[in-house]
Design a binder for this molecule. Structure first.
Ligand SMILES: C[S@@+](CC[C@H](N)C(=O)[O-])C[C@H]1O[C@@H](n2cnc3c(N)ncnc32)[C@H](O)[C@@H]1O
Length: 264
C-alpha cells in the first residue's frame, strides 16, 4: 500500500473543517461514557481526544499508519495525562483485534483505502458482539470540482512529467457498493447515506493549506522545490472558477459517505 508523507503539524493547523464534521459525527454516537472505542485513521489525535472526553469510564485507541501522525498524537495527548486514550501505529487494512471494541469510529480517513474488503473484515472481527460502527469518509463524487481542476493542471507540460501515469487513488464508494460490502462481511446495516457538504476554507491561504496537507497523492509526486508553485496554480485555477464569497471564504462541494452498522 502506498504511504504518503503526512506533515502532522501542518495538518493539525489546517484541519478545522475535518474537526467540525467529526464533532457532528461524535454527537451521533450517543455515547454512555463507558465504551471501548477504536478510531481508524486518527490523524493528529485531536478528534480521538475529543471522543475520549465523552467516555470517562471507557477507553479510546487511535490507530494510523503515519508515524508522523502517531508521534504527534502521543506528544499532545500523553498517556500519563490522558489515562483513557492511547495511540498505535497500525494499518486499517491489517487490524489485529478480536472482539475488543463496543464502537468503531472513523472520520475523513477510510477513502484513503481503495479496497475496503480487508478493512471491513478486520473491523467486524475487532467489534464485540453487539458492537457498532459509525464511519464517515469521502463518497462517490467527493471534491469533484477540485479533481476537475487537478485533471486540467496535470495535463500541462510542466506537471505532466510528474503525474502522467497518475492513477486515481481514493476509495470513493457509492451507497449500493458499500451496502453490498457490509452485507458480505456480515454487518447488520442501519444506515448508508451519501451526504452533500459545503467545505468552507478561510480564503485563498486556507484553501491552499487544505490542499497542501491532504492532497498528497498528487503533491507527493511533484518535487519539493516545485510543490508550492503546483499548489498555488491549483488554488488559483480553482478560485478562478469558484471565487471566494463576500466574506472571503472558499467553498468546496464535498460528498461524504456515512455508515452506521452493527454486529449481532
Ligand atoms: C485526512 S486525515 C484524517 C485524520 C482524522 N481522522 C481527522 O478527521 O482529522 C486521514 C488519515 O488517515 C490515515 N490513513 C490513510 N490510510 C491509512 C491506512 N491504510 N491505515 C491507517 N491510517 C491511514 C492517514 O495517515 C491520515 O492520518
Amino acid at each position: 500500500m502506498k504511504k504518503y508523507t503526512w506533515d502532522a503539524k501542518d495538518y493539525q493547523k489546517h484541519s478545522q473543517a475535518q474537526l467540525g464534521w467529526a464533532q457532528e459525527l461524535i454527537e451521533k454516537l450517543n455515547l454512555e461514557g463507558f465504551e471501548n472505542i477504536l478510531d481508524l485513521g486518527c490523524g493528529d489525535g485531536k478528534i480521538t481526544a475529543e471522543i475520549a472526553r465523552h467516555v470517562p469510564d471507557g477507553t479510546v485507541l487511535g490507530i494510523d499508519n503515519s508515524l508522523s501522525m502517531i508521534n504527534l498524537s502521543k506528544k499532545y495527548y500523553p498517556i500519563k495525562k490522558y489515562r483513557n486514550l492511547a495511540f498505535r501505529l497500525m494499518d486499517v487494512t491489517n487490524l489485529s483485534f478480536l472482539e475488543e471494541f463496543d464502537v468503531i469510529f472513523s472520520n475523513a480517513a477510510l477513502h484513503w483505502v481503495k479496497d475496503h474488503r480487508p478493512v471491513l473484515e478486520g473491523v467486524y472481527k475487532a467489534l464485540k458482539p453487539g458492537g457498532r460502527i459509525l464511519i464517515q469518509m469521502g463518497g462517490r463524487g467527493n471534491a469533484g470540482d477540485i479533481i476537475s481542476s487537478l485533471d486540467k493542471i496535470i495535463q500541462r507540460m510542466e506537471w505532466d512529467e510528474y503525474l502522467k501515469d497518475f492513477e486515481f487513488p481514493y476509495g470513493f464508494y457509492d451507497t449500493d457498493e458499500y451496502t453490498r460490502l457490509l452485507q458480505k462481511t456480515g454487518f447488520k446495516i442501519k444506515r448508508v447515506e451519501l451526504l452533500s457538504k459545503d467545505m468552507v476554507q478561510d480564503g485563498r491561504d486556507g484553501l491552499a493549506g487544505w490542499i497542501r496537507t491532504t492532497w498528497l497523492p498528487y503533491t507527493d509526486r511533484v518535487p519539493e522545490g516545485e510543490r508550492d508553485k503546483f499548489i498555488d496554480e491549483l488554488t488559483a485555477d480553482y478560485l478562478n472558477e469558484f471565487p471566494l464569497d463576500e466574506y472571503g471564504k472558499a467553498h468546496v462541494a464535498m460528498v461524504r459517505l456515512e455508515v452506521e452498522a452493527g454486529k449481532s
